[in-house]
Write a protein that binds this ligand. Structure first.
Ligand SMILES: NC(=O)c1ccc[n+]([C@@H]2O[C@H](COP(=O)([O-])OP(=O)(O)OC[C@H]3O[C@@H](n4cnc5c(N)ncnc54)[C@H](O)[C@@H]3O)[C@@H](O)[C@H]2O)c1
Length: 317
Protein backbone atom coordinates (compact mmCIF):
# COMPACT_ATOMS: atom_id res chain seq x y z
CA UNK A 1 0.00 0.00 0.00
CA UNK A 2 1.34 3.45 -0.86
CA UNK A 3 2.27 5.81 1.93
CA UNK A 4 -0.16 8.67 2.73
CA UNK A 5 1.89 11.79 3.32
CA UNK A 6 1.21 15.18 4.92
CA UNK A 7 3.56 18.08 4.13
CA UNK A 8 3.24 20.89 6.70
CA UNK A 9 4.54 24.26 5.47
CA UNK A 10 4.21 23.10 1.85
CA UNK A 11 4.04 26.61 0.35
CA UNK A 12 7.59 27.50 1.39
CA UNK A 13 10.84 27.44 -0.55
CA UNK A 14 11.58 23.74 0.10
CA UNK A 15 8.00 22.51 0.70
CA UNK A 16 6.91 23.59 -2.78
CA UNK A 17 9.46 21.42 -4.57
CA UNK A 18 9.37 18.62 -2.02
CA UNK A 19 5.59 18.26 -2.46
CA UNK A 20 5.94 18.06 -6.24
CA UNK A 21 8.63 15.37 -5.96
CA UNK A 22 6.68 13.36 -3.38
CA UNK A 23 3.65 13.43 -5.70
CA UNK A 24 5.79 12.07 -8.55
CA UNK A 25 6.98 9.27 -6.28
CA UNK A 26 3.76 8.39 -4.42
CA UNK A 27 0.89 9.77 -6.56
CA UNK A 28 -0.80 13.17 -6.32
CA UNK A 29 -3.72 12.02 -4.15
CA UNK A 30 -1.38 10.37 -1.64
CA UNK A 31 0.36 13.65 -0.76
CA UNK A 32 -1.65 16.27 1.16
CA UNK A 33 -0.03 19.70 1.01
CA UNK A 34 -0.80 22.09 3.88
CA UNK A 35 0.19 25.55 5.04
CA UNK A 36 -1.07 28.40 7.21
CA UNK A 37 -1.85 30.38 4.06
CA UNK A 38 -2.53 29.89 0.35
CA UNK A 39 0.18 32.26 -0.93
CA UNK A 40 1.50 29.70 -3.43
CA UNK A 41 -1.55 29.26 -5.67
CA UNK A 42 0.23 27.04 -8.16
CA UNK A 43 0.91 24.51 -5.40
CA UNK A 44 -2.50 24.97 -3.77
CA UNK A 45 -4.21 24.11 -7.07
CA UNK A 46 -1.89 21.24 -8.00
CA UNK A 47 -3.44 18.60 -5.70
CA UNK A 48 -5.04 18.03 -2.29
CA UNK A 49 -4.43 21.04 -0.02
CA UNK A 50 -5.48 21.90 3.55
CA UNK A 51 -5.12 25.09 5.54
CA UNK A 52 -3.35 23.89 8.68
CA UNK A 53 -1.69 25.66 11.60
CA UNK A 54 1.40 23.72 12.67
CA UNK A 55 0.96 25.10 16.21
CA UNK A 56 -2.45 23.43 16.56
CA UNK A 57 -2.11 19.80 17.73
CA UNK A 58 -5.78 18.94 17.26
CA UNK A 59 -5.85 20.36 13.75
CA UNK A 60 -2.82 18.24 12.74
CA UNK A 61 -4.31 15.17 14.39
CA UNK A 62 -7.72 15.63 12.68
CA UNK A 63 -6.04 16.12 9.32
CA UNK A 64 -4.01 12.93 9.81
CA UNK A 65 -7.09 10.94 10.84
CA UNK A 66 -9.25 12.29 7.99
CA UNK A 67 -6.64 11.51 5.34
CA UNK A 68 -5.22 8.33 6.97
CA UNK A 69 -1.75 9.91 7.02
CA UNK A 70 1.21 7.71 8.01
CA UNK A 71 4.14 10.04 7.18
CA UNK A 72 4.69 13.73 7.97
CA UNK A 73 7.25 16.12 6.50
CA UNK A 74 7.32 19.11 8.89
CA UNK A 75 8.65 22.05 6.87
CA UNK A 76 6.96 24.97 8.72
CA UNK A 77 9.45 27.11 10.66
CA UNK A 78 10.58 30.69 11.24
CA UNK A 79 14.05 30.97 9.70
CA UNK A 80 17.29 32.52 10.98
CA UNK A 81 16.97 36.18 9.98
CA UNK A 82 13.22 36.41 10.75
CA UNK A 83 13.78 34.51 14.00
CA UNK A 84 16.14 37.24 15.23
CA UNK A 85 13.36 39.81 14.69
CA UNK A 86 10.66 37.66 16.35
CA UNK A 87 12.48 35.39 18.83
CA UNK A 88 9.48 34.21 20.85
CA UNK A 89 7.44 33.49 17.71
CA UNK A 90 10.35 31.46 16.33
CA UNK A 91 10.60 29.46 19.55
CA UNK A 92 6.83 28.95 19.69
CA UNK A 93 6.42 27.75 16.09
CA UNK A 94 9.64 25.78 15.71
CA UNK A 95 9.36 23.88 18.98
CA UNK A 96 5.60 23.36 19.35
CA UNK A 97 5.10 22.14 15.79
CA UNK A 98 7.87 19.58 16.33
CA UNK A 99 6.40 18.38 19.65
CA UNK A 100 2.95 18.02 18.05
CA UNK A 101 4.30 15.83 15.28
CA UNK A 102 6.59 13.76 17.54
CA UNK A 103 3.73 13.21 20.01
CA UNK A 104 1.42 12.02 17.22
CA UNK A 105 4.15 9.63 16.10
CA UNK A 106 4.60 8.44 19.68
CA UNK A 107 0.95 7.31 19.77
CA UNK A 108 1.51 5.23 16.63
CA UNK A 109 -0.81 7.47 14.57
CA UNK A 110 2.18 8.42 12.38
CA UNK A 111 4.81 5.88 11.32
CA UNK A 112 7.55 8.13 9.92
CA UNK A 113 8.58 11.77 10.37
CA UNK A 114 10.93 14.06 8.45
CA UNK A 115 12.00 17.24 10.22
CA UNK A 116 14.78 19.45 8.85
CA UNK A 117 17.52 20.86 11.01
CA UNK A 118 20.13 23.33 9.77
CA UNK A 119 23.80 24.32 9.81
CA UNK A 120 22.48 26.97 12.24
CA UNK A 121 22.94 24.41 15.06
CA UNK A 122 26.64 25.30 14.89
CA UNK A 123 28.12 28.43 16.43
CA UNK A 124 31.34 30.42 16.79
CA UNK A 125 32.98 27.72 18.94
CA UNK A 126 32.38 25.00 16.32
CA UNK A 127 35.34 24.05 14.08
CA UNK A 128 34.60 26.08 10.92
CA UNK A 129 36.32 23.93 8.29
CA UNK A 130 34.98 20.50 7.43
CA UNK A 131 32.73 20.61 10.51
CA UNK A 132 32.33 17.04 11.87
CA UNK A 133 29.02 15.26 12.46
CA UNK A 134 29.63 15.20 16.22
CA UNK A 135 31.12 18.47 17.45
CA UNK A 136 30.56 21.55 19.60
CA UNK A 137 27.12 23.08 18.96
CA UNK A 138 26.69 26.45 20.71
CA UNK A 139 24.35 28.36 18.38
CA UNK A 140 23.95 32.11 18.88
CA UNK A 141 20.63 32.59 17.03
CA UNK A 142 17.15 31.74 18.30
CA UNK A 143 16.64 29.74 15.12
CA UNK A 144 19.84 27.75 15.78
CA UNK A 145 18.78 27.11 19.38
CA UNK A 146 15.41 25.75 18.21
CA UNK A 147 17.13 23.45 15.72
CA UNK A 148 19.70 22.21 18.24
CA UNK A 149 17.04 21.52 20.88
CA UNK A 150 14.82 19.96 18.20
CA UNK A 151 17.62 17.55 17.28
CA UNK A 152 17.95 16.44 20.91
CA UNK A 153 14.19 15.80 21.12
CA UNK A 154 14.19 13.82 17.85
CA UNK A 155 16.91 11.54 19.16
CA UNK A 156 15.11 11.26 22.52
CA UNK A 157 11.78 10.28 20.91
CA UNK A 158 13.58 7.68 18.81
CA UNK A 159 15.48 6.19 21.76
CA UNK A 160 12.64 6.28 24.30
CA UNK A 161 9.55 5.71 22.17
CA UNK A 162 10.87 4.14 18.96
CA UNK A 163 9.69 7.05 16.80
CA UNK A 164 11.07 6.73 13.25
CA UNK A 165 12.18 10.35 12.84
CA UNK A 166 14.80 11.33 10.27
CA UNK A 167 16.55 14.64 9.79
CA UNK A 168 19.12 16.56 7.76
CA UNK A 169 21.07 19.67 8.70
CA UNK A 170 20.34 21.51 5.46
CA UNK A 171 22.91 24.06 4.33
CA UNK A 172 21.69 27.18 2.46
CA UNK A 173 19.31 26.01 -0.29
CA UNK A 174 19.29 27.66 -3.73
CA UNK A 175 16.25 27.37 -5.98
CA UNK A 176 14.28 29.18 -8.69
CA UNK A 177 10.65 28.26 -7.90
CA UNK A 178 9.53 29.69 -4.52
CA UNK A 179 11.50 32.57 -2.96
CA UNK A 180 13.38 31.87 0.30
CA UNK A 181 11.62 32.72 3.55
CA UNK A 182 13.98 34.90 5.62
CA UNK A 183 17.28 33.06 6.04
CA UNK A 184 20.89 34.24 6.11
CA UNK A 185 21.77 32.43 2.86
CA UNK A 186 18.91 34.09 0.91
CA UNK A 187 21.46 36.27 -0.91
CA UNK A 188 22.51 33.27 -3.00
CA UNK A 189 18.98 33.10 -4.47
CA UNK A 190 18.32 36.86 -4.71
CA UNK A 191 21.57 37.39 -6.63
CA UNK A 192 20.32 35.34 -9.61
CA UNK A 193 16.97 37.16 -9.71
CA UNK A 194 18.67 40.58 -9.59
CA UNK A 195 21.26 39.54 -12.20
CA UNK A 196 18.43 38.84 -14.65
CA UNK A 197 16.14 41.74 -13.65
CA UNK A 198 18.65 44.55 -12.93
CA UNK A 199 22.08 43.36 -14.06
CA UNK A 200 23.45 44.30 -10.61
CA UNK A 201 23.14 43.18 -6.98
CA UNK A 202 23.85 44.64 -3.55
CA UNK A 203 24.90 41.77 -1.28
CA UNK A 204 24.10 41.81 2.46
CA UNK A 205 27.16 39.63 3.26
CA UNK A 206 30.83 40.52 2.69
CA UNK A 207 32.55 39.18 -0.42
CA UNK A 208 34.69 36.59 1.40
CA UNK A 209 31.98 34.97 3.58
CA UNK A 210 32.15 31.27 2.74
CA UNK A 211 29.06 29.20 3.63
CA UNK A 212 27.88 25.65 2.87
CA UNK A 213 25.20 25.65 0.14
CA UNK A 214 23.22 23.23 -2.01
CA UNK A 215 21.05 23.34 -5.12
CA UNK A 216 17.39 22.45 -4.45
CA UNK A 217 17.42 19.32 -6.63
CA UNK A 218 20.19 17.87 -4.46
CA UNK A 219 18.35 18.82 -1.24
CA UNK A 220 15.15 17.11 -2.44
CA UNK A 221 17.10 14.03 -3.54
CA UNK A 222 18.76 13.84 -0.11
CA UNK A 223 15.40 14.16 1.65
CA UNK A 224 13.61 11.45 -0.34
CA UNK A 225 16.67 9.15 -0.25
CA UNK A 226 16.95 9.46 3.52
CA UNK A 227 13.24 8.73 3.96
CA UNK A 228 13.47 5.69 1.65
CA UNK A 229 16.53 4.22 3.41
CA UNK A 230 16.02 1.09 5.54
CA UNK A 231 15.67 1.94 9.21
CA UNK A 232 18.72 -0.21 10.15
CA UNK A 233 21.01 1.98 8.01
CA UNK A 234 20.09 5.18 9.87
CA UNK A 235 22.74 5.62 12.58
CA UNK A 236 21.96 9.30 13.30
CA UNK A 237 18.58 10.13 14.83
CA UNK A 238 19.42 13.72 15.76
CA UNK A 239 20.28 15.11 12.31
CA UNK A 240 22.74 14.30 9.52
CA UNK A 241 25.41 16.71 8.33
CA UNK A 242 24.89 17.25 4.60
CA UNK A 243 27.19 19.01 2.21
CA UNK A 244 27.46 19.84 -1.48
CA UNK A 245 29.25 23.12 -2.29
CA UNK A 246 30.79 25.93 -0.27
CA UNK A 247 31.26 29.36 -1.84
CA UNK A 248 31.54 33.08 -1.05
CA UNK A 249 29.50 35.95 -2.54
CA UNK A 250 32.56 36.72 -4.68
CA UNK A 251 32.62 33.13 -6.04
CA UNK A 252 28.93 33.20 -6.99
CA UNK A 253 29.37 36.66 -8.53
CA UNK A 254 32.21 35.35 -10.72
CA UNK A 255 30.20 32.28 -11.69
CA UNK A 256 27.31 34.53 -12.85
CA UNK A 257 29.68 37.01 -14.53
CA UNK A 258 31.10 34.18 -16.65
CA UNK A 259 27.58 33.84 -18.12
CA UNK A 260 26.60 37.55 -17.97
CA UNK A 261 29.76 39.68 -18.42
CA UNK A 262 27.90 42.98 -17.68
CA UNK A 263 26.78 41.85 -14.20
CA UNK A 264 28.07 43.96 -11.26
CA UNK A 265 27.99 43.56 -7.48
CA UNK A 266 28.41 45.78 -4.39
CA UNK A 267 28.65 44.68 -0.76
CA UNK A 268 26.69 46.21 2.13
CA UNK A 269 26.83 43.76 5.07
CA UNK A 270 23.94 44.05 7.56
CA UNK A 271 22.92 42.17 10.74
CA UNK A 272 23.00 38.87 8.84
CA UNK A 273 26.81 39.11 8.56
CA UNK A 274 27.16 38.27 12.28
CA UNK A 275 24.91 35.22 11.83
CA UNK A 276 26.92 34.03 8.80
CA UNK A 277 30.19 34.56 10.70
CA UNK A 278 28.98 32.18 13.42
CA UNK A 279 28.38 29.31 10.96
CA UNK A 280 30.81 26.79 9.41
CA UNK A 281 32.30 27.37 5.97
CA UNK A 282 32.33 23.68 5.01
CA UNK A 283 30.75 20.50 6.35
CA UNK A 284 31.95 16.89 6.73
CA UNK A 285 29.01 14.74 5.62
CA UNK A 286 30.86 11.41 5.45
CA UNK A 287 28.36 9.71 7.79
CA UNK A 288 25.43 10.48 5.43
CA UNK A 289 27.54 9.32 2.48
CA UNK A 290 28.29 6.04 4.26
CA UNK A 291 24.87 5.34 5.85
CA UNK A 292 22.53 6.02 2.90
CA UNK A 293 24.90 6.64 -0.03
CA UNK A 294 24.36 10.40 -0.22
CA UNK A 295 26.12 12.20 -3.05
CA UNK A 296 25.44 15.56 -4.69
CA UNK A 297 25.18 16.34 -8.42
CA UNK A 298 25.39 20.15 -8.73
CA UNK A 299 28.55 22.26 -8.38
CA UNK A 300 28.54 26.08 -8.43
CA UNK A 301 28.82 26.50 -12.20
CA UNK A 302 26.25 23.84 -13.15
CA UNK A 303 23.88 25.40 -10.61
CA UNK A 304 24.48 28.90 -12.04
CA UNK A 305 23.70 27.73 -15.57
CA UNK A 306 20.47 26.06 -14.40
CA UNK A 307 19.37 29.02 -12.24
CA UNK A 308 19.98 31.58 -15.02
CA UNK A 309 18.31 29.48 -17.68
CA UNK A 310 15.19 28.82 -15.54
CA UNK A 311 14.88 32.41 -14.32
CA UNK A 312 15.32 33.83 -17.83
CA UNK A 313 12.35 31.69 -18.93
CA UNK A 314 10.34 32.80 -15.88
CA UNK A 315 10.94 36.53 -16.36
CA UNK A 316 10.42 36.36 -20.14
CA UNK A 317 7.07 34.62 -19.60
N1 LIG B 1 15.78 27.19 2.89
C1 LIG B 1 16.94 26.93 3.48
O1 LIG B 1 17.99 27.37 3.00
C2 LIG B 1 16.97 26.08 4.73
C3 LIG B 1 18.22 25.77 5.29
C4 LIG B 1 18.26 25.01 6.46
C5 LIG B 1 17.09 24.50 7.01
N2 LIG B 1 15.88 24.82 6.44
C6 LIG B 1 14.67 24.30 7.10
O2 LIG B 1 13.81 23.69 6.15
C7 LIG B 1 12.43 23.93 6.51
C8 LIG B 1 11.71 24.59 5.36
O3 LIG B 1 12.39 25.79 5.06
P1 LIG B 1 11.91 26.77 3.88
O4 LIG B 1 13.13 27.44 3.39
O5 LIG B 1 11.03 26.06 2.94
O6 LIG B 1 11.07 27.83 4.74
P2 LIG B 1 10.01 28.91 4.20
O7 LIG B 1 10.01 30.04 5.17
O8 LIG B 1 10.24 29.19 2.77
O9 LIG B 1 8.64 28.09 4.33
C9 LIG B 1 8.02 27.82 5.56
C10 LIG B 1 6.54 27.63 5.31
O10 LIG B 1 5.92 27.41 6.57
C11 LIG B 1 4.69 28.09 6.56
N3 LIG B 1 4.25 28.37 7.93
C12 LIG B 1 4.64 29.37 8.76
N4 LIG B 1 3.96 29.30 9.91
C13 LIG B 1 3.15 28.23 9.83
C14 LIG B 1 2.21 27.62 10.70
N5 LIG B 1 1.96 28.14 11.93
N6 LIG B 1 1.54 26.53 10.28
C15 LIG B 1 1.77 26.00 9.04
N7 LIG B 1 2.64 26.53 8.16
C16 LIG B 1 3.33 27.63 8.56
C17 LIG B 1 4.94 29.36 5.78
O11 LIG B 1 3.72 29.93 5.28
C18 LIG B 1 5.86 28.84 4.66
O12 LIG B 1 5.13 28.48 3.52
C19 LIG B 1 12.49 24.75 7.80
O13 LIG B 1 12.41 23.91 8.91
C20 LIG B 1 13.84 25.39 7.75
O14 LIG B 1 14.32 25.69 9.03
C21 LIG B 1 15.81 25.60 5.33
Amino acid sequence: MSSKILVIGACGQIGTELTTKLRELHGTDNVIASDINTRNLELVNAGPFEILDAKNFNAIKDCCVNHEIDTIYLMAALLSATGEKYPMEAWDLNMNSLFHVLNLAKTGQIKKVFWPSSIAVFGPTTPRENTPQHTICEPTTVYGITKQVGERWCEYYHEKYGVDVRSIRYPGIISHKAMPGGGTTDYAVEIYHEAIKEGKYECFLSEDTSLPMMFMDDAIKATTDLMAAPSESISIRSSYNLSAISFTPKDIFESIKAEMPEFTITYQPDFRQAIADSWPSSIDDSVARKDWNWSHDFDLDTMTKEMLSQLKKKYTA
